[in-house]
Design a protein around this ligand. Sequence first.
Ligand code: SAT
Ligand code: MN
Length: 606
Amino acid sequence: MTLDAPEKSGTTHAGLARWVAEVAALTTPDEVRWVTGSADEWTELTDKLVAAGTFTRLNEDIKPNSFHAASSPEDVARVEERTFICSREEKDAGPTNNWMDPEQMKDLMRGLYQGCMKGRTMYVIPFVMGHLEADSPMFGVEITDSEYVVVSMRVMARCGTKILDRIEELGDAAKYVPALHSLGAPLADGEQDVKWPCNEEKYIVQFPEERTIWSYGSGYGGNALLGKKCYSLRIASAMARDEGWLAEHMLILKLISPEQQVYYVAAAFPSACGKTNLAMLKPTIPGWTVETLGDDIAWMRFGKDGRLYAVNPEFGFFGVAPGTNEHTNPHAMTTINKGNSVFTNVALTDDGDVWWEGLENEPAHATSWKGEDWTPDSGELSSHPNSRYCTPIEQCDILADEYNDPQGVPISAILFGGRRKTTVPLVTESRDWLHGTFMGATLSSETTAAAKGEVGVVRRDPMAMLPFIGYNAGDYFQHWVNLGKDADATKLPKIFYVNWFRRDQDGGFLWPGFGENSRVLKWVIERMEGKAAAVETPIGHVPTPESLDVEGLDMTAAELEAALAVDPEEWKAEIPQIEEWFAKFGETLPTQLQIELDGLKARLGL
Ligand code: SAT
Ligand code: MN
């Protein structure tokens, strides 16, 4: 097919029409469709996915307009070893990213893309991350040959004709990120499709200088919904560096005290470490309320008043299903029970609902994510540990009104956190922005199922951004340092480091987590208000046992002490790991962070 005339391509925007035509000529789909975002389109696409066997429609009486999908067992998570930052120079990708020369990568991928959409429909999805009413709307256009991706993108981002209209109105002034995605699974004439087409060979590639994304071979989550990690973190972090703002892997929540004081908190944790649960936390302490603004990504810019304002660029939640239940995240349950959601790699129950490990009402029989009979005695998981629900944010019963404000919300505190069985106390307050940056830069966490690879291995995950920094991580640290240097220190968010995952000697969690984390948030607020006590330790300020509100909590004094403990020996053992981590960055490591490390060593008597 030829698509070189702009008027045939579905847009009056000449540049966009040209790109779409070029991609169609390369990938040779049977048809090109422009995604409108309409209700009819949703019905048509979901019907098509049901007919193809990719989707199973759930019981309308339980979860209306909702679908179950099971991926290929080979395509269940982000693939970090196949993810590349193709900056022009290798040094600009830094020591933590995979790199290939951009022209070499494009040659290679053009080869893969050649004819890769044969037998399929090519969809063009105009979208905007953040608000269409923003001062500079952050447009993107994803091309994909996957209906699953179109449906999921419609949940996760503002998509369709309204966005395209605005791009066309702005004409050449409209900056958009072209994001090309293919499953890499062309169909020969008459060939029957599989339920989850994908390709063994996968590439998730960002070109940070060009602000473009090329993805191939995977249909899953962050590999394929290109508005999410690829754009809103990898590409956006490079934009943010150039323009003086921050694109971060952070939830945003609104905390209201018993005195009706409002605070906004952002928090960065690696994937599958409880961001969604914290974002929708139901406080267990009387008088405190939490509302949600976002669960995964925060874009933070300085306002005219010198404060740092955060917006959530996304439109949905892509949350980890296992472990989610009425206790751990009641608001997520309310959100998904309203329907209009896609569940991937969870179990399908006999009454047409979904189930996963940790959810109430364990069924006596279900179909596992692998499509096999499952019973509680199967000895196998019913759901993949990285199985997900994809659900509209506007269905969240505690969504804060400010979610709709393009200016965002002024952040009072930033929490960094990871999953550590030992060493890291429940909460630590940094001395200042620089010390907080050091905490973020040395953040460590045990790996999870959110990325392919071994689970439970401690790795450094700076600002929970290790897989998402779109440039040299040393330069990224410098960017954090610089923002702090240029800002009014009194207006900067206070930085804290939390660890909900510390264990006792028997392997049990020392802290109950979930709604009880409101106690830690309370301490954070009280510290900023000068109301709570703390002990100074080599790593920062840690609560005195009395300063943390544990009323009504079933916890012994010894357990609390263990949760808060700073053991110099454990921290001394941490130092060589931090030194090894910092050594990776050579010249690009900001001297200020080296000075922070030297200070920590001195305080530990090293
Ligand atoms: O697969 S996603 O990147 O969308 C989710 C995650 O790993 O955080
Ligand atoms: Mn994430």
